[in-house]
Design a protein around this ligand. Structure first.
Ligand code: SF4
Ligand code: SF4
Length: 363
């Protein structure tokens, strides 16, 4: 409760946070061993990163973790503009994260998960492995990963089975496994099959994510309005089915995300600058994975200074005052925002405070 009051206290100040971010996403590397069709970094529609191929330096992450710990950040998402398990010191990073008691999730495509890496995750008590998969069948797999062999699909499915088996053998509940499935035109009819796979392979959760077109670059893979309607009907049916199976899922968030578009007139402000931060592999700090506004770089400054400095404060001031579509059109693609639920939650709390604040500020 105290954490949330401090969050609101910051928002009332309009720009100065009274606490650190609740969660931080760190991109460990720009390298990847895959080429998922909707990937803005590694697909054939990708815009290559300047200096692509960098890994984040261990010392930068180590210092960052210490600062975040002091700022009462609780959750870490270890991701990439690539595959985080390619980082040569990934398990030194997770060890430090767990020593500092962060709730730690690794986001991976699953291809490098083997007995050794899975056992390390169990030993270190990594909280969650989020394994992404864009296809439930070999036919769809070939379309979603151009040039890939369907053997890769079997490798990922075998890794998921292995995690369940090793956890059982070692009587460990961690890592929890979340099968994560971005949805596009090629796989929107497979959501029930993907959920079945998750259930059969012993995953604890299935999550879906609407395709992001990145200002139209991936528009050819996006659903038509009719396909979106069909998907929403199917997701609502699946939500009821999964409740009976006790497979955790994010379907309520996905249904909300499909409402979050400029065309639908979504008007909730963006509060991301108050509760989350993202660090890229080259040390750049940005507010979220969809927003390219650089707010500082950890190769030059420490995180605490960046969090309190002018660029971050300006970002917060602008985005928490107006609807996202008005502010971020050029620098972000906010359609289907994955933080919509969090922004809505903050807005619901803040709307009671706002009228008193306006009166106070007018004096
Ligand atoms: S695994 Fe992630 S980073 Fe790699 S190609 Fe797929 S979406 Fe891109
Ligand atoms: S996608 Fe846009 S609206 Fe959503 S959190 Fe990021 S910047 Fe804010």
């Amino acid at each position: 409760m105290k954490r949330y009051l401090k969050l609101l206290q910051g928002i009332c100040s309009n720009e100065k946070p009274a606490r650190g971010p609740f969660f931080c996403s760190i991109s460990l590397t720009q390298r990847c061993n895959s080429n998922c069709t909707g990937c803005r970094f590694h697909s054939n529609k990708a815009v290559r990163l300047p200096g692509a191929g960098q890994d984040i330096a261990f010392d930068i992450v180590d210092n960052l973790l210490r600062e975040l710990h002091a700022m009462d950040t609780s959750t870490l998402l270890l991701s990439g503009e690539g595959e985080p398990l390619l980082h040569p010191r990934i398990f030194d990073i997770t060890r430090r994260a767990k020593e500092l008691r962060f709730n730690t999730t690794i986001l991976t495509n699953g291809k490098l998960l083997n007995e050794r890496s899975i056992n390390t995750c169990i030993d270190q008590k990594v909280d969650t492995l989020q394994v992404s998969l864009w296809a439930a069948t070999p036919q769809t797999y070939i379309r979603q990963y151009p040039g890939a062999d369907t053997e890769d699909l079997h490798t990922v499915l075998a890794a998921l089975k292995k995690i369940a088996a090793l956890k059982k053998a070692r009587r460990s509940l961690r890592p929890r496994v979340n099968l994560h499935c971005p949805i596009n035109r090629n796989n929107y009819r497979e959501v029930a099959q993907l959920a079945r796979l998750a259930h059969e392979l012993g995953c604890q959760k299935i999550s879906f994510a609407p395709l992001v077109t990145y200002h139209g670059r991936f528009a050819s893979d996006a659903l038509t309005p009719q396909e979106t309607t069909a998907l929403i009907t199917e997701l609502k049916r699946l939500r009821n089915e999964l409740a009976a199976e006790k497979l955790a899922n994010n379907i309520p968030l996905v249904l909300l995300q499909y409402r979050v578009t400029k065309e639908n007139g979504w008007r909730v402000p963006c509060y991301i600058g108050w509760y989350h931060t993202r660090v890229l592999a080259d040390g750049t700090v940005v507010p979220c994975s969809r927003c390219s506004i650089p707010l500082g770089n950890l190769r030059k400054d420490d995180f605490t200074s960046i969090w309190h400095a002018e660029p971050y404060r300006n970002f917060r001031k602008k985005t928490s005052a107006k609807a996202f579509a008005d502010i971020l059109e050029k620098t972000s693609d906010c359609n289907h925002c994955c933080f919509a639920e969090n922004n809505l939650r903050v807005e619901r709390a803040f709307r009671y405070v706002r009228p008193f604040l306006s009166k106070y500020q007018a004096r």
